[in-house]
Design a protein around this ligand. Sequence first.
Ligand code: GAL
Length: 414
Amino acid sequence: MSYPKLSALTAGMMLAFTAQAAEVEVLHWWTSGGEAKAAAELKKTMEGKGHKWKDFAVAGGGGENAMTALKSRVVSGQPPAAAQIKGPAIQEWGEEGVLSSMDSVAKKEGWDKLLPPVVSNVMKYKGQYVAAPVNVHRVNWLWVNPELLKKANAKVPATIDELFVTMEALKKAGIQPLAYGGQPWQDSTVFESIALGVGGADFYQKAFVKLDAAAIKSPTMIKALDTYKKLKPYTDKNAPGREWNLATAMVINGKAAMQFMGDWAKGEFLAAGKVPGKDFLCVAAPGTEKAFTFNIDSFVFFKVPSKDAEKGQQDLASALMSPAFQQTFNLNKGSIPARTGLDMAKFDDCGKKSSTDFSASAKGNTLVPSWAHGMAMRSATQGAMYDVISQYWNDDKMTAQQAADKLAAAAKVM
Ligand code: GAL
């Protein structure tokens, strides 16, 4: 073989193996201050790899609007390259036969060894990776404005009883105790933390993961529902329909003292330049110190028409799992890396606490999936449960017993 021929062959091979820069369309719902900062990191990473980022952002906390937009795109045969989809919904999309396997990347990079099983199991459909996780959010947090508590001479509540004492003291001092966003996913986010505080992790597991009818109708559930409803007088009249980040802004700006919310709220505090431990406190939702409700954000990959597009997806999958991305992204997002063994030195005390509590709760069997954030049940069941909780919150005549009965019926919706 002569020299010129060899170089022509090499050039040809190079062309075949160097995929063109792809346009990678990614669906997500990260549009609030802290969320947008985190999403910008993702875009930067992909552009750094020579791909063109096509943003498919659909506003609306919790992602309900985004999921509706996604369904219509998939039905019309034009799915995005990747979409923010979580928990059992990944299996539901897998069943539709529209997902693309990322197993070659996962095998090459050893994802099975990098992820705790509680995370990796959710990312696979029929044993193959179809999704990449970016973080672990903790949902059972209470965000506190310490200055307002000080003004009311109230203490940071560690138990549910203390919560009511603190809220009463705040109310007497003319301070709005709770920042509340009355939207179905937020109602269930708050209820979930209260139910965990009232009943503990075993009860939570039985009622919301196993969907055990006896647990759903138990006196513990009635107590959880009663306790949840008792929060209402401590919320304001503008709560209905309020977005979660506007509720967080009330705590940030001293308009309300506390908010029950997952740690994406921390992203808002940080984006506003607030310092944890000084301007705001993160504490476990009252009565849930030893437990951890997890919510893992992940991106799912859809079948795409070209090799270039596939290469773009694989680069995205690899970028999402890279240590550099998992660090920077989570420093902005308020969550902790999904990958184990990363250095937490740059994280603040809330992040460090989340990381320690995640491991401790896994050992103590108090690590539970957040049902309000799509981690525990099929989406139809979750939707039916949302409806009951919001109806109960909004209808002053509905009793806890009636709500529990309706929850038991909702648990059967598949
Ligand atoms: C959650 C999601 C978080 C955060 C939150 C509010 O479901 O996992 O990443 O975005 O909604 O939008």
